[in-house]
Design a protein around this ligand. Structure first.
Ligand code: HEM
Length: 508
């Protein structure tokens, strides 16, 4: 007994010495690494948001989110504390940045030094797919998915035309107010399900008044899943102690719905010659193409869920933000209408014509600048590393980033920097794109190896919708029915917080 206690004390002593020596060695190793890369200590850390437990920042963030000012208050902090600063969140140190050099380093130059680290928060619901994984698993997902977004698939505009016709039927022609945002969400879920599953949920033409149809139940469960995901992300490390009984229920509804399509795709896989197969009626179906690369039904469901997560709300949010501004600024809308008339002369637009319509492209770019649909993001350091800005009193020297540190970057705040975009950076001015070059300070679709795979699909759909509106309502006035300024509607993505309320009135 006596000897075993002595043994334990000895063991604890050896471990303590081992631990202390390890920490001392790490300290000197990190110091040498930081010196080698010219890193300097960060500017003084703001006390008001950096209390010991890191509760102040959480409290402030929660209050700002409640008032739909989360993004705005984040921007104000950058204005106050500098473009890169440290913050303590529940005892965990994080770096906040809106420097283009840092974003380029994280996403491109030093891509291998950072990871998403999302599997523990998003994995339980969305499984293992392109949006939740890192390293070889992510590479495999990306290689499987990327070919399905070829230009040839994206340039097929017939599908968009069918769905926009359904949307036009929902717009009142008696001048009464309509929330376009709600219609855009239905339009993009209709087109996304057709593109991904081969069958649209047709929510715009649905006459389901009971709300009990499988499609409606799925949409509700998906929305709930998104809310739970956002909560998980906000809680960060604490999310593992938070249990919401709704999670299992909405997971079941979503999975059952998706499994139905996965089964169909697997049957399709068995029935066709994989080498020669083209999808039914010659049309393109994402899931059929995916089923050619794997027969693992869980994998197929997870990938599908991941792409749906990435692609469902994004294009609708872009459209809702853009139309919010267009309805407030008739002169800009008039220029779009004129461009559509002179370019198309009444015909439906082709993919090439959409790209040629410069002013339309400026408006899309400007909307994604002022109201980026993915306004914030983060990466975690997988090893001790550094970023080019944030060190020293002026913040212009490199900054050491210890392994495990999260670096949060904010496209919302970066896109509103006056030194990047001019004194009018807080305003919607499409003309600025006549002379602006897209660079790392502009990041609506991310950059580097994980750049959005749906970018061309999204821009084509959004461009098509704006152009078809410009043609359909060329002889109408589009009036904003919202006296307020734009505010955020923030989940994982960001749309207009008060919707997009407009009325169409015939021109006199
Ligand atoms: C305006 C519309 C869109 C915007 C602004 C947008 C933006 C983004 C951003 C910022 C990311 C990077 C996320 C991250 O790494 O943390 C991303 C990734 C992704 N997006 Fe999009 N997206 C849009 C539409 C779409 C659509 C329509 C689809 C598919 C139908 C799609 C599919 C994806 C996928 C699969 C990824 C993951 C790529 C990877 O990690 O390798 N996106 N998107």
């Amino acid at each position: 007994m006596h000897t075993s206690i002595l043994g334990l004390i000895l063991l604890a002593g050896v471990y303590t010495v081992y631990f202390i020596v390890g920490r001392i060695q790490r300290y000197f190793r990190r110091k040498a690494f930081a010196a080698e890369h010219g890193c300097r200590p960060p500017t003084s850390v703001p006390k008001e948001i950096n209390d010991v437990l890191g509760l102040n920042s959480v409290r402030k963030n929660m209050a700002a989110a409640k008032n739909k000012k989360f993004l705005e208050s984040g921007k104000e902090r950058f204005d106050k504390y500098g473009h890169t600063y440290w913050i303590n969140v529940l005892g965990r140190k994080m770096i906040m940045t809106r420097e283009k050099e840092n974003v380029k380093a994280i996403l491109h130059d030093q891509f291998g030094d950072f990871e998403l680290n999302r599997l523990h928060t998003l994995g339980p619901l969305f499984g293992i797919g392109i949006f939740t994984t890192d390293g070889p698993a992510w590479k495999h997902s990306r290689a499987m998915i990327k070919p399905n977004f070829d230009r040839k698939q994206v340039a097929n505009l017939d599908m968009f035309e069918r769905h926009i016709q359904e949307l036009f039927h929902c717009i009142p022609r008696d001048g009464s107010t309509v929330d376009l945002q709600e219609l855009f969400f239905r339009l993009t879920i209709d087109s996304a399900t057709e593109f991904l599953f081969g069958e649209s949920v047709n929510s715009l033409s649905s006459d389901d008044t009971t709300g009990l149809s499988e499609e409606v139940q799925f949409t509700k469960a998906f929305n709930q899943a998104l809310e739970l995901t956002v909560m998980n992300l906000r809680l960060g490390p604490l999310s593992r102690f938070w249990y919401n009984p709704k999670e299992a229920e909405c997971k079941k509804v979503c999975w059952d719905f998706l499994d139905k399509y996965v089964d169909k795709a697997l049957k399709y896989r068995q029935s066709v010659d994989l080498e020669k197969a083209t999808s039914k009626k010659g049309s393109y179906v994402f899931l059929h193409e995916l089923a050619k690369s794997t027969s693992d039904s869980k994998r197929l469901r997870d990938e599908l869920f991941n792409v749906l997560l990435a692609g469902r709300d994004t294009t609708a949010s872009l459209l809702s933000n853009l139309f919010f501004h267009l309805a407030k600024q008739p002169a800009i809308w008039a220029k779009i209408v004129e461009e559509a008339q002179t370019t198309l002369r009444g015909d439906l637009p082709t993919y090439e014509q959409l790209k040629e319509m410069k002013y339309l492209q400026y408006c899309l770019s400007e909307s994604l600048r002022l109201n980026p649909v993915v306004p914030g993001n983060a990466r975690t350091a997988t090893r001790d590393t550094w970023i080019p800005r944030g060190g020293g009193e002026d913040g212009l020297s490199p900054l050491f980033v210890p392994k495990g540190t999260a670096v949060n970057y904010s496209p919302f705040s970066m896109h509103r920097r006056k030194d990047y975009f001019g004194e009018d950076a807080d305003e919607f001015v499409p003309e600025r794109w006549e002379s602006l070059r897209q660079n790392w300070q502009y990041l609506p679709f991310n950059g580097g190896p994980r750049i959005c795979v749906g970018q061309q699909y999204a821009l084509t759909e959004a461009g098509y919708v704006v152009t078809r509106f410009a043609q359909e309502f060329a002889t109408w006035k589009m009036e904003s029915r919202d006296p307020e300024e734009w505010i955020e509607g923030l989940t994982l993505t960001c749309c207009s917080g008060n919707g997009t309320k407009v009325g169409f009135v015939p021109k006199a």
